[in-house]
Design a protein around this ligand. Structure first.
Ligand SMILES: *[C@@H]1O[C@H](CO)[C@@H](O)[C@H](O)[C@H]1NC(C)=O
Ligand SMILES: *[C@@H]1O[C@H](CO)[C@@H](O)[C@H](O)[C@H]1NC(C)=O
Ligand SMILES: *[C@@H]1O[C@H](CO)[C@@H](O)[C@H](O)[C@H]1NC(C)=O
Ligand SMILES: *[C@@H]1O[C@H](CO)[C@@H](O)[C@H](O)[C@H]1NC(C)=O
Ligand SMILES: *[C@@H]1O[C@H](CO)[C@@H](O)[C@H](O)[C@H]1NC(C)=O
Ligand SMILES: *[C@@H]1O[C@H](CO)[C@@H](O)[C@H](O)[C@H]1NC(C)=O
Length: 739
């Protein structure tokens, strides 16, 4: 009996929202050392005679020396790519690695799951032009925790017939009905019986990307308005890979890609990641999205909630569209009035009106509820009963999240916390009123509390604050640079990720706090999980205007037209925090030029990266394999719409790019380089690109020369190609590597 404990952390920051630990199902196996592995075998061989499952069984039989393979083959991947999941011991694994046709063998891993206002804020008001009929032929694949099919956000009123290209099924379980909005449902958890969402996460992300218009949606009257997704006429297919516990498995994620690609989805959104995968061939999301890209499907992934530490982005593949989270201009705040009359404003989603009473403040015992750093477990039994009694009827003042936990499990009125954990941009739904103060104000409240015998305070109900500084990258959003392939800029883009109102599952706790039994049809969540479906919505919107564009062209269109963001490398990490900028859906429809990338280009990049011809042939499934020797220095020449140039202190580097004209047939673009540091000279050759027809391609070279003596490590600049109407902008980041 092997216990596969898999923790899938959703991208909701693991503070107040996702206090969840998931324990995976035990998998029966006779061998103590056996584990669940994924065996990746690349593309499906062409030809009708090939039977993937027989091949998988024969491989297993071969490595198991005739022992019983029953119950060892857990799943075959055979619709969109080739591979299987099986329970193997070390010896069997070793043997399989060396078998012909096997690309990689890696353990099933623990994955982490990481709106009304937001769509107007980024400039996609509902009144804006849409191709309704084309939009309603688009299917968004949502790989997440399932969906709540009865939500008003997924009603199918007025939607036409299911697109004829659709090959998926409604296999959501016995209590799950699809309609013309939710046209597909599948689930993958071992022991799972339904695609119904028990976590709330999948319902939330699905409604951000494709929810119908729902008038009067709100959370206790807050954020009231018309809730809707980015592409309200599109169809949704739900692939449930995460359970109530928050557990998502690599085996299930890969199976969801295998199905979604062949079912015929147009865009995939996946707000899930593992922060530690830095090899394409052992990351189910990198593998699945590669095969999606082959079929013209763009996969959009959040970058994770491990910021602001550098190199924490979990989404590193060039064929993925990787999204950072930003604030929107609607912020939830609340006032705290102390006994001495002083008032402080903090972040809070507090729905409890004050009756004018000031309650005693009690300082927390930091050990009251032993606080784990990851914040995913919240065990009420860990909260000390003496402390619980001590805080009855009081406001708990606490530097750590212990205060919020203690308030939740006791008869405390609420808690007052220090910004420390996540930064100041985000308020969370909590069971008891919670106020987060900026550090300097927290110290002032501490000071007041220390200076008087009976400190008291009144916490008011939340108000909405219009934040003119938005959008700003949130502290928790994971940062680049790309630890695996530094030449590929990550994140690619940023999108709203804080305090987003969207549909929710009434089976789930609104605050991911098991003590919080309230039931909500709409809820406010924050995380790169929420940013991801915003970018997926824009991708689908662009696709509805340009159905024939490749995934890379759609991504390029959104990146080169993004609204530029402020923030330097020093204060925020610049482009390594926000990518090319904030999504700008209207501009993305008319990029003028796109940086297109074909499957062959990606294959070439993988060759130059050094993956080896045999593996690459297997992955690509065609003859587009490696030619010549791998040339690591050519990886930077992949036709990415952003340029990250890693160099040493002395450098003279050329970077090649090719743009495709999708603007006016007859047009001339002029290059402008933004001001950059005098220590580095950047030039572009030629300075003008003339086009005579649509889809014509033109190439250019960027030359970067410099000698950097200071210890500054990042120089950020940009290139804009403009024909006077279209401005095609790419960041150029020169990154000095230490020797
Ligand atoms: C306000 O609420 C508190 C706690 O619920 C209660 O003890 C108090 O009597 C109330 N005060 C007024 C003025 O209603
Ligand atoms: C409050 O949080 C800030 C920011 O993380 C930290 O620097 C400070 O030490 C904290 N103060 C207290 C009293 O916990
Ligand atoms: C208040 O008292 C606590 C505990 O005695 C101490 O840790 C803290 O530094 C004091 N803070 C201020 C601002 O006086
Ligand atoms: C690959 O090349 C071989 C030999 O040159 C040829 O027979 C085969 O048809 C090619 N396959 C594809 C998919 O192009
Ligand atoms: C293209 O532009 C040139 C210069 O403006 C103009 O002379 C020519 O007629 C244009 N050709 C077409 C096909 O529009
Ligand atoms: C290098 O960085 C340190 C810390 O940021 C700074 O104090 C120092 O002056 C820098 N040295 C140079 C040569 O710029």
């Amino acid at each position: 009996m092997v216990n596969h404990t898999v923790v899938l952390s959703i991208f909701v920051p693991l503070v107040f929202t996702s206090l969840i630990t998931l324990v995976c199902d035990a998998i029966e196996s006779g061998d103590e050392s056996s584990k669940l592995y994924i065996v990746y075998m690349g593309s499906l061989p062409k030809g009708a005679s090939y039977s993937p499952t027989s091949h998988h069984i024969s491989l297993l039989q071969h490595v198991m020396d005739g022992s019983d393979i029953e119950n060892r083959l857990v799943r075959s991947y055979k619709r969109s790519f080739n591979g299987f999941a099986a329970i193997l011991n070390d010896q069997e694994r070793e043997k399989l690695v060396r078998m012909r046709g096997v690309v990689s063998v890696f353990p099933n891993q623990d994955f982490h799951v990481q709106t009304t206002r937001s769509w107007d804020f980024v400039g996609l008001p509902h009144s804006f032009k849409r191709y309704q009929t084309i939009e309603s032929d688009l299917v968004i694949g949502v790989i997440d925790s399932g969906i709540w099919p009865e939500s008003k956000s997924f009603n199918d009123k007025g939607l036409g017939q299911i697109p004829i290209k659709w090959r998926g099924v409604c296999a959501g379980g016995s209590d799950f009905n699809c309609n013309k909005k939710i046209i597909g449902a599948r689930f993958y958890g071992i022991g799972d019986v339904s695609a119904r969402d028990e976590l709330g996460h999948g319902t939330h992300t699905s409604s951000i990307v494709g929810g119908r218009e729902v008038k009067g949606a709100s959370f206790y009257g807050y954020a009231k308005g018309i809730a809707r997704g980015g592409v309200p006429s599109s169809r949704i297919a739900a692939y449930k890979v995460c359970k109530e516990s928050g557990l998502c498995t690599g085996v299930g994620i890969l199976a969801a890609f295998d199905d979604a690609i062949d079912d015929g989805v147009d865009v995939i959104t996946i707000s899930i990641c593992v922060p530690t995968f830095y090899d394409f061939l052992i990351d189910p999301i990198a593998i699945g999205s590669f095969h999606a890209m082959e079929k013209g499907i763009l996969t959009v992934q959040g970058v994770g909630n491990s910021g602001p530490r550098p190199s924490t982005v979990c989404s590193v593949s060039p064929w993925l569209f990787s999204v950072a989270g930003t604030t929107i201009d609607r912020q939830f705040i609340a006032k705290l009035i102390l006994g001495n009359g002083k008032t402080y404003i903090g972040k809070s989603i507090n729905i409890t009106p004050s009756n004018g009473t000031k309650f005693p403040i009690v300082v927390c015992n930091a050990k009251a509820c032993s606080d784990d750093d990851d914040g995913i477990t919240f065990s009420p039994e860990k909260c000390n009963s003496k402390d619980k009694k001590r805080v009855t009827g009081k406001l708990v003042l606490c530097g750590s999240r212990s205060g919020q936990k203690l308030a939740s499990v006791s008869s405390a009125i609420g808690s007052i916390l220090n910004v420390s954990y996540l930064g100041f941009e985000t308020a969370f739904v909590t069971k008891k009123p919670t106020l987060t103060l900026e550090s300097k104000n927290f110290v002032r409240v501490q000071h007041y509390t220390n200076s008087t015998k009976d400190p008291i305070a009144e916490l008011l109900k939340s108000e909405i604050f219009h934040d003119i500084k938005a959008p700003k990258v949130v502290t928790f959003s994971s940062r680049g640079p790309n630890r695996y392939v530094p030449e590929i800029m990550k994140p690619d883009i940023s999108a709203p990720g804080t305090e987003i109102l969207a549909a929710y599952s009434p089976l789930a706790s609104p605050s991911s706090d098991i003590n919080d039994k309230r039931k909500f049809k709409y809820n406010i969540l924050s995380g790169t999980s929420m940013a991801c479906p915003h970018a997926a919505g824009v991708a689908a919107y662009v696709k509805s205007f340009h159905p024939d564009w490749s995934p890379a062209a759609i991504k390029s269109a959104i990146m080169t037209t993004a609204t530029t963001m402020k923030g330097t490398y020093d204060d925020l990490a610049g482009e390594f925090a926000y990518g090319s900028g904030n999504i700008n859906p209207q501009q993305a429809l008319h990029p003028g030029l796109v940086y297109d990338i074909t499957k062959q280009d990606y294959v070439k990049m993988l060759c130059n990266y050094g993956y080896g011809a045999d593996k690459i042939k297997q992955i690509s499934g065609d003859n587009s394999s490696c030619h010549g020797y791998p040339e690591r220095s050519l990886v930077k020449d992949i036709n990415y719409p952003a340029m990250v140039i890693p160099v040493h202190k002395h450098f003279n580097v050329k970077v090649h790019r090719t743009v495709t004209n999708v603007g006016f047939p007859n047009s001339t673009y002029k290059a402008t380089l933004s001001h950059h540091d005098p220590k580095i000279k950047i030039s572009v050759e030629p300075k003008f690109l003339s086009f005579k027809s649509l889809y014509e391609k033109q190439s250019f070279v960027i030359v970067v020369v410099g000698r950097v003596k200071s210890n500054q490590t990042v120089f950020s600049s940009s290139l804009v190609w403009s024909d006077g109407i279209h401005n095609v902008r790419s960041p150029i980041i020169v990154q000095i590597l230490s020797l």
